[in-house]
Design a protein around this ligand. Structure first.
Ligand code: ADP
Length: 586
């Protein structure tokens, strides 16, 4: 909660009724989305409906014991976040209260009510280095200096979007707190390292562009078959235990984003505790520094109040946009958007709104698209380029993708990674179903892969997709009549497809080498399987029985490329041996 908001408390009202997280107040002079303090304890809430002299408020804290007649104070400000150095390496709740500060204020890890804390430390001194000098012209969004925020990330201090801008009158290096002026303009405006921004409003940018670079994840099935763009949107729906969390963690660790914002939205308490405990332990494989040095974590367990869950997504995306404005590529993971939607549903039902599908409010689709629309590849206000990629996990009850949250998400996102309980049960990981998943970014990203990896990247991928499609069709026949009833060439196709699944699509997140696969290696594995395919079909045509082809000693070694560090030499060698051993058969 922002400092300015706390300072500007104004009008009074009286609580008329309380229904869980929803409170109505009488005689409150308020506007939509104003932040208010409710009851004697001053619980934080937000105005969500105004009707006559009755104002409806969603309260971000537990409301038990709060009753009619208690006061309500309006701050007259919307829900804002504090932006500035210190957001990385921080763990927040849904309204940007730092969990460690709250804990020390209350002396226990159980959040008490009515406790407030600014989103960034207002006293801490930061080492500011100006990048402008006296006489320079600066406009809103321009970078005026830098701060080493963490060992990994340099924080850029920008002229706030609502400033007029002008000539720099003073700019000095030194140690400052975020509230002290670091750059003064000739019109009297003072730039500090602190900005505030209302969470429900996207930060301005100059232009949203078509994304043309992949967010390389180092996960073969993603980069190879279903890539997401930097600035793109993706959804990972899947039933419990199918690998949503592992996939999100892999992306947080390996995706080539500068900054990660991880929104843990209302998953079961113990799972979120795991994230809170896990993340600070993780190393950033790229720099060797802690992963938290480039991560901001927002944690809302399902035992925290429902309204705070509703807001956590907005808090997260606003922080992401702020780093985007500095010119960084930011990846935001939301786990899980289903819990967010459920929070919306609960509040909507308390408001007695007309329910839509399965009780979700009619505006579910609009809210989802508002959120995903804040992703993108942007020219920022200051003319730099920056991106926010959004990856949302969806947890459909019972794994049923026809439910409203999955369906509405599907209409918006351009990448869909469908996790599959059957694959997970068979220990095929990542359990991403290649028949149901898709990426609409493929065409616009192909030129990047052609230029940066190999000329025939698109053709090789298409070959793999065709083989997997054919396998899918053949499997239906196999189930009816058995594999041996198939003609030999089709049996061989099944064998090639098996290696595509085992050597290419499967990847062990927990193996030190296999956990990350660079696009060159992803391509390399594909060409090794392709070589086997071509040589095997030549042998078949020359009259070699399919059993003999399958039995050559070299071919199972395809499955071990993933774990090879020296994969280039290994692949070269393996291709030669497969070719030799097959040619010896005829
Ligand atoms: P969810 O979040 O969907 O409930 P998890 O992400 O916790 O599921 O995954 C469940 C289990 O599946 C993990 O504990 C792990 O054993 C296994 N798993 C998932 N993805 C992978 C992977 N890429 N590599 C290896 N194991 C995986």
């Amino acid at each position: 909660m922002s400092q300015a908001t706390q300072d500007s408390v104004r009008e009074d009202g009286i609580i008329a009724s309380v229904s869980g997280p929803v409170v109505t107040a009488r005689d409150l002079d308020a506007r939509m989305n104003d932040v208010v303090y409710v009851g004697d304890e001053g619980l934080m809430g937000e105005v969500i409906e105004i009707e006559g002299d009755l104002t409806t408020i969603q309260v971000y804290e537990e409301t038990s014991g709060v009753g009619p007649g208690e006061p309500v104070e309006n701050t007259g400000e919307p829900l804002t976040v504090d932006l500035g150095p210190g957001m990385l390496d921080a763990i927040y709740d849904g309204v940007q209260r730092p969990l460690d500060v709250l804990e020390s204020k209350m002396g226990s890890p159980y959040l008490d009510r009515g406790v407030d804390a600014p989103g960034i430390d207002l006293e801490k001194k930061w080492e500011f280095e100006p990048t402008v000098s006296e006489g320079d012209e600066v406009a809103p969004g321009d970078v005026v200096g830098t701060v080493p925020e963490t060992v990994t990330i340099e924080h850029k201090v920008m002229v706030p979007p609502d400033f007029e801008g002008g000539e720099v009158a003073a700019a000095e290096a030194g140690e400052f707190s975020v509230t002290e002026a670091v750059v003064e303009l000739d019109n009297g405006e003072e730039v500090t390292m602190h900005q505030e921004w209302p969470v429900r409003k996207a930060r301005p940018s100059k232009e949203k562009k078509t994304p043309r670079e992949p967010l390389v994840s180092g996960q073969r099935i993603l980069d190879g078959l279903f890539p997401i763009a930097k600035g793109g949107t993706a959804a990972i729906p899947g039933p419990f235990g199918s690998g949503k969390t592992v996939t999100q963690h892999q992306l947080a660790k390996w995706a080539d984003a500068d900054i990660v914002v991880y929104v843990g939205c209302g998953e079961r308490g113990n799972e979120m505790t795991e994230v809170i405990e896990d993340f600070p332990e993780l190393d950033d494989p790229k720099t060797g520094n802690p992963l938290m040095a480039r991560t901001s974590l927002i944690a809302n367990t399902s035992n925290m109040p429902v309204a705070a869950r509703e807001s956590c997504i907005y808090t997260g995306i606003t922080i992401a946009e702020y780093y985007r404005d500095m010119g960084y590529d930011v990846a935001l993971m939301a786990d899980s958007t289903s819990r967010w939607a459920e929070a919306m549903r609960e509040i909507s039902s308390r408001l007695e709104e007309m329910p839509g599908e399965e009780g979700y409010p009619a505006y579910l689709a609009a809210r989802l698209s508002e959120f995903y629309e804040r992703a993108g590849y942007f020219t920022t206000v200051n003319g730099n380029e920056g991106s926010v990629s959004v990856i949302g996990a969806v947890s459909p009850p019972g794994g049923d993708f026809s439910e409203p949250v999955t369906q509405n998400t599907l209409r918006i996102v351009k990448t869909f990674w469908a996790l599959d309980a059957d694959l997970a049960e068979r220990r095929h990981f990542p359990a991403i179903n290649w028949n149901e998943s898709y990426s609409l970014y493929q065409d616009q990203l192909d030129p990047w892969f052609v230029e940066n990896v190999e000329d025939d990247w698109p053709e090789e991928r298409q070959w793999a997709v065709d083989v997997l499609d054919e396998e899918n069709e053949l499997q239906e026949i196999v189930q009816l009549v058995g594999k041996d009833a198939l003609p030999e060439d089709q049996q061989l196709t099944l064998e090639v497809a098996r290696y595509l699944r085992e050597a290419y699509l499967q990847q062990n997140a927990f193996h030190p080498t296999d956990t990350y696969c660079e696009p060159e290696k992803t391509y390399g594995i594909l060409t090794a399987i392709h070589t086997f395919n071509d040589e095997a079909f030549k042998a078949l045509e020359a009259g070699v029985p399919v059993e003999e082809i399958q039995a050559i000693e070299a071919v199972p070694r395809l499955n071990r490329i993933g774990v090879q560090e020296d994969w280039e030499a290994y692949i070269e060698d393996l291709k030669e041996e497969i070719t030799e051993q097959l040619r010896e058969l005829y």
